[in-house]
Design a protein around this ligand. Structure first.
Ligand code: IPD
Ligand code: CA
Ligand code: CA
Length: 264
């Protein structure tokens, strides 16, 4: 069900994009915008979920949380990679997951997830314990064990103060890896990891809807995902990597000053 809705919503947003983009407003800062397509796509997703699963809760980026009675919550990012969508860069995804428990990534159990990249026609999906696929092709993370030759994806927050610190962290991290990629969509970064297109991905200050579906897809493809040492992933930190490099990358990120990020 998550896959069908993600595919339909991706096609809906792609079609809307053909006639241009309307900015609906600013969010946390002048570089954090929401388009009319973000809002309309989330409305479509909410309508589909409410019709098919009326007793489930919905926790989405662009609307108020609706409560449910089933214990299941749908976690929705209607357009992940809004800046790419705005500029016409074909790297934005519709991300939909269903989780059990409180809608908090530190404690929830993700049961299923789907990420649709309507620009490429790729549909990534996973069900807990049943592996991850892209258009029916089974996904597996890379087998690398060497951080110095690993390609690492990351992202930066919308806050200027946080970005300044993230820039200083790069001074430590960049010389110790193959290179950095900043694709601009957390959900697709995690799907790229699942498919071995990057060896790792990390980011700080993420919201739950950014990574709910992608984290299940990457885990089911063999990735290790944590937060700071001994912690689950959360807003403070998400480090997702092929098993052979996760420990080394996490310790490099801590050495680079992740714990000193403003506002943690
Ligand atoms: C953003 C993207 C971006 C990441 C930001 C997210 P949005 O989501 O996933 O890659 O760096 O942290 O907020 O705003 O495009 O839905
Ligand atoms: Ca997002
Ligand atoms: Ca979004």
């Amino acid at each position: 069900m998550a896959s069908d809705i993600a595919r339909e919503a991706g096609e809906f947003a792609r079609t809307m994009r053909l006639s241009g983009v309307d900015i609906a407003g600013q969010k946390s800062s002048s570089v954090d915008i929401v388009t009319k397509a973000d809002q309309a796509t989330e409305r479509l997703i909410r309508e589909r979920i409410a019709a098919l699963r009326p007793h489930d809760a919905i926790f989405g980026e662009e609307g108020a949380t609706t409560s449910g009675t089933s214990g299941l919550t749908w976690v929705v990012d209607p357009i992940d990679g809004t800046v790419n969508y705005l500029y016409g860069i074909p790297a934005w995804g519709v991300s939909i997951a269903v989780v059990e428990g409180e809608p908090d990534p530190a404690t929830w159990t993700t049961l299923a997830g789907a990420v649709a990249n309507a620009s490429t026609g790729e549909l990534f999906s996973a069900a807990r314990g049943r592996g991850a696929t892209c258009n029916d092709r089974v996904l597996a993370v890379s087998s690398t064990t060497d951080l110095s030759t690993s390609l690492v994806s990351t992202g930066f927050a919308y806050s200027a103060e946080v970005r300044a610190h993230q820039g200083t962290m790069m001074r430590t991290i960049l010389p110790r890896i193959r290179d950095i990629r900043r694709i601009g969509a957390c959900s697709l970064d995690l799907c790229d990891l699942a498919d071995g297109r990057v060896d790792a991905y990390f980011e700080q200050t993420l919201s739950p809807w950014d990574h709910a579906a992608g984290a299940l897809i990457a885990r089911e493809a063999g990735a290790i995902i944590t937060g700071f040492p001994g912690e689950n992933e959360s807003r403070a930190l998400l480090v997702a990597a092929a098993p052979g490099i996760h420990a080394a990358l996490l310790s490099l990120i801590v050495e680079a000053g992740a714990g000193q990020l403003p506002g943690l």
